[in-house]
Design a binder for this molecule. Structure first.
Ligand code: HPA
Length: 278
């Protein structure tokens, strides 16, 4: 008997394949404030999430939710414009469904981006952080449930979750562009409330440098099915307790908007370089 979750993925995959036969090399997930990158590329196909059977639909009104297919340089990419968050109320298997679909479409590399709070006191709003590793222990593991053997093994290794090779390419790309790139550990919380100052201190004591509400579960789901994973956080604010002012989504958005052009350049240039090594 086929795994139920895999059956659902196959149905969704078939819906996408009815619309496009595009086979991407790289899957890119865009975080808050970074969605404009998808509007900058010449798209060869677009599939709205609402056209895909069984796909989790965003509860946020007016949010773009779609896969954009096209090229960055010579590299074939599928971009998720609008991601699915656990705090919206979906099962974690639904949260990682889009990631898995991009892997099934053929993407070998999963490039994750997000806006995050800096729990490392040396980080400032507007910094970029290359993700070296992560802590996902505060949210349910997306692989809980019957293992999908068609995708990967029951007990996947996580010792090189964020590919050392991709990290070195991104580091060199940032250097070439003259963009300062911090490096650190991403900690995922469920949200939607921001963390308390004590939770931020905890994250920091555990070795975390940035806190957010996405990404880590996508990294695990992507790695499970054999994708090479990399990620960059845009530090949109100092995390709770490290700044004088209360946190607002508007602040997150404002910072992301301010530095987004640099962020987009870094992501696009990194993908062009990654493409040379595929
Ligand atoms: N905490 C969690 N998620 C976030 C933050 C934060 O401070 N900033 C942007 N996303």
């Amino acid at each position: 008997m086929m795994n139920k979750e895999y059956e659902k993925l196959k149905k969704a995959y078939d819906c996408i394949r009815e619309k496009t036969d595009f086979v991407p090399d790289v899957a890119l997930i865009l975080g808050s404030g970074l969605g404009a990158l998808a509007d900058e590329i010449q798209s060869e196909a677009i599939v709205d999430y609402k056209e895909i059977e069984g796909f989790p639909q965003s509860t946020v009104q007016g949010h773009k939710g779609r896969f954009v297919f096209g090229h960055i340089g010579d590299v074939k990419v599928v971009i998720m414009q609008g991601r699915v968050h656990y705090y919206e109320g979906y099962a974690m298997t639904d949260v990682v469904m889009p990631t898995r679909l991009m892997g099934m479409m053929g993407a070998k590399v999963l490039f994750l981006t997000n806006a995050a709070g800096g729990s490392n006191p040396d980080f400032n709003a507007g910094d970029f952080m290359l993700i070296r590793d992560q802590i996902m222990s505060f949210v349910p593991n997306p692989l809980i449930g019957p293992n999908i053997d068609e995708l990967g093994t029951r007990f996947p290794d996580m010792s090189d979750l964020y590919s050392a090779q991709l990290r070195s390419i991104i580091r060199e790309t940032a250097e070439g562009l003259g963009i300062d790139l911090k490096e650190g550990v991403y900690v995922q919380f469920t949200g939607p409330s921001f963390e308390t100052p004590t939770e931020v201190r905890m994250a920091s004591m555990l070795g975390g440098d940035a806190v957010g509400m996405s990404t880590a579960v996508e990294a695990v789901a992507g790695h499970h099915m054999g994708m090479q994973v990399c990620g960059i956080s845009c530090i949109s604010n100092k995390a709770a307790g490290l700044s004088e002012t209360p946190l607002t989504h508007a602040e997150v958005q404002e910072t992301a908007d301010r530095v987004a052009p640099f962020f987009r350049e870094l992501v696009k240039a990194s993908i062009r370089e990654i493409g040379k090594n595929l």
